[in-house]
Design a protein around this ligand. Structure first.
Ligand code: AMP
Length: 187
């Protein structure tokens, strides 16, 4: 079971990915977390990516692709994992496809979390993360709109794409996601 979650900031995909880990043991891999950790530890990579994170801009594909490829090539890569926040562009999706292929792994499903911008701003105004100011949220939302269309098309063509309405209770969204995964895994 290998899953990708796509959605704008505040769509709840991170929360749902963590719930999958808690309840089903599907290991959580989040590029936002990985990048924030590099920044916190002040590694060379962390210092390079920090300005992007602060502005709410996408970190250059090559940097994110490298850190994900390194993770996927490790021998302890879990058989079941959920990617939160990667890939975000078609170029990232291609790099991801290549590494999965190299490891003889296939994706089970890609889930797009549907939510509109005003709801996102409402939700995130209560969150305390450094990149959650309204201006940065709108910037991240704009980037999501610009990059996600092609990305979604990439996975639609591969017949991997599913959509969930993200404006519902956490539990209802979770149940919908779990059903999708069950049916996709049985195909
Ligand atoms: P997230 O926690 O997924 O909302 O990511 C927080 C920030 O990390 C984003 O606003 C980007 O600056 C950066 N980031 C995370 N994942 C990616 C990615 N796949 N590509 C580029 N930047 C990313």
């Amino acid at each position: 079971m290998r899953v990708v979650f796509i959605g704008p900031p505040g769509s709840g995909k991170g929360t749902q990915a963590r719930k999958l880990e808690e309840r089903l043991g599907i290991v959580y891999i989040g590029t936002g977390d990985m990048l924030r950790e590099e920044t916190r530890q002040r590694t060379e990579l962390g210092q390079r990516v920090e300005p992007y994170l602060t502005r709410g801009d996408l970190v250059p594909d090559s940097l994110v692709n490298d850190i994900v490829a390194e993770r996927l090539r490790r021998p302890d890569l879990p058989h079941r994992f959920v990617m939160d926040g990667y890939p975000r562009t078609v170029s990232q999706a291609r790099s991801f496809d290549a590494v999965l292929h190299e490891r003889k792994l296939e994706l089970t499903a890609v889930i797009n979390f549907l939510i509109d911008e005003e709801e996102v701003v409402r939700r995130l105004s209560g969150r305390q993360r450094a990149d959650d100011s309204e201006q940065t949220v709108r910037q991240r939302m704009q980037i999501f709109r610009d990059t996600s269309r092609e990305l979604l098309e990439h996975y639609r063509q591969k017949r991997l794409l599913y959509e969930v309405n993200a404006v519902d209770s956490e539990e209802n969204v979770y149940q919908t996601v779990a059903k999708i995964l069950q049916s996709a895994a049985g195909k």
